[in-house]
Design a protein around this ligand. Structure first.
Ligand SMILES: *Cc1c(COP(=O)(O)O)cnc(C)c1O
Length: 369
């Protein structure tokens, strides 16, 4: 078998003429940074998210980092983050000189557990950064209620959740500001790095436009110590082509997820993704959970089925965060999840027979252990 984990070439060939046209348009324009394409993409993506403002930046980490900075959060401040996430969520806080304070996930959804947030709040807490992990929206209503009560900002890490719905509303406008990534493998991915901030907060939006461009509003007049974090014209032009397909692609992912659910339902040793009734996820990843994860992973790899672990090591146990002094056992729920999750092949357009082949391999293996 040769079933890759992800096929990034398929969407390229699918829309090749439109990408080629976008490429020609940008190349011939002679304008490659912060121009018409970025502006057009910003307004199209803001509309897609039903938001007032969109600011294109260089990547998802920068989007989150610039939001934290844009709110003036920094040294001595704390930001609540999930213990169960990709390290970028934490780095966005750390790079603004603030401290990430981790909160454990809900065992069923793998997203931050709203019931555990309040005990992590201190007088230094300035914001809650929520992640819609694997494309599953986090439970925003109780989180927003806690934030209002304590006067905190709510920042959404939407890097895995472009287009997901929570109670009928798209992620990205559920809190105060949201960061998106357009890394090639994301649900909306560029042919290189890219990211965006979404917000209804005009003041924050203006601040981030200045921060992304060397701290200047007027060329060569620098009011603050800024960064170089700009979405480029070529990637914006490609993203405009892909944005038109995002809804269709997310539906295809949902169909794939349904098939996985159906084929794997009988295996009691495997925990399938849990979808609360208020959630419409976008299936960035299809993640199963089981005790003998490592053996199943070896099996899948040995027969040519792509798979990955998201993620093998939680942020608090990464060497990069050793200065925070965490140890094994500090966030046991997150650690247990990291030790037992496995992501199966998922992309829009994966063939039905491939899904069936992955599932029968898993069924046979589980029957034999
Ligand atoms: C991908 C990702 C990011 C960072 O995005 P980049 O564009 O790679 O910088 C942040 N948070 C989460 C949850 C991600 O999956």
């Amino acid at each position: 078998m040769n079933i890759p984990f992800l096929d990034l070439k398929a969407p390229y060939f699918d829309l090749k003429d439109q990408f080629d046209e976008a490429y020609q348009r940008v190349m011939k324009s002679g304008w490659y940074i912060l121009g018409d394409e970025v502006e057009a993409f910003e307004s199209e993506f803001a509309e897609y998210c039903s938001a007032k403002q969109c600011i294109g930046v260089a990547n998802g980490l920068d989007a989150l980092h610039l939001i934290v900075r844009g709110y003036g959060i920094g040294s001595g401040d704390e930001v609540i983050v999930p213990s169960n996430t990709y390290i970028a969520t934490w780095l966005a806080v750390t790079h603004a000189s603030a401290t990430p304070v981790a909160v454990e996930p809900d065992e069923q959804t793998y997203n931050i557990d709203p019931a555990k947030i309040e005990q992590a709040i201190t007088p230094r807490t300035k914001a809650i950064m929520v992640v819609h992990l694997y494309g599953q929206p986090a439970d925003m209503d109780p989180i927003n209620a806690i934030a209002r009560k304590h006067g905190l900002k709510v920042i959404e890490d939407c890097a895995q959740a472009h287009g997901a719905y929570y109670k009928g509303r798209r992620v990205g406008t559920l809190g105060d500001a949201a960061g998106f990534s357009f890394y090639p493998g994301k649900n909306l991915g560029a042919f290189g790095d890219g990211g965006a901030v979404i917000t209804n907060d005009v003041q924050l939006s203006n601040q981030i436009k200045i921060l992304r461009n060397y701290g200047s509003e007027i060329k060569y007049h620098n009011e603050i110590l800024g960064f170089n974090s700009r979405l480029d014209e070529l990637q914006a032009a490609f993203l405009r082509v892909k944005l038109k397909k995002l809804t269709e692609w997310n539906k295809m992912r949902a169909t794939t997820a349904e098939l996985y659910m159906k084929h794997l339902a009988a295996i009691t040793e495997i925990a399938l993704p849990f979808v609360p009734e208020w959630a419409e996820p976008v299936w960035h990843l299809f993640v199963i959970r089981l005790h003998n994860r490592d053996m199943l992973q070896k099996k899948l790899t040995s027969v040519g089925i792509g798979n990955m672990i998201h993620y093998p090591i939680p942020p608090h146990l990464q060497t990069a965060y050793s200065h925070l002094g965490f140890q094994n056992g500090d966030f046991p729920i997150s650690e247990a999840i990291h030790n037992s999750v496995l992501s199966l092949p998922m992309w829009p357009g994966i063939a039905e027979e491939n899904i069936a082949a992955v599932c029968s391999t898993i069924c046979n293996f589980m029957g034999n252990t």
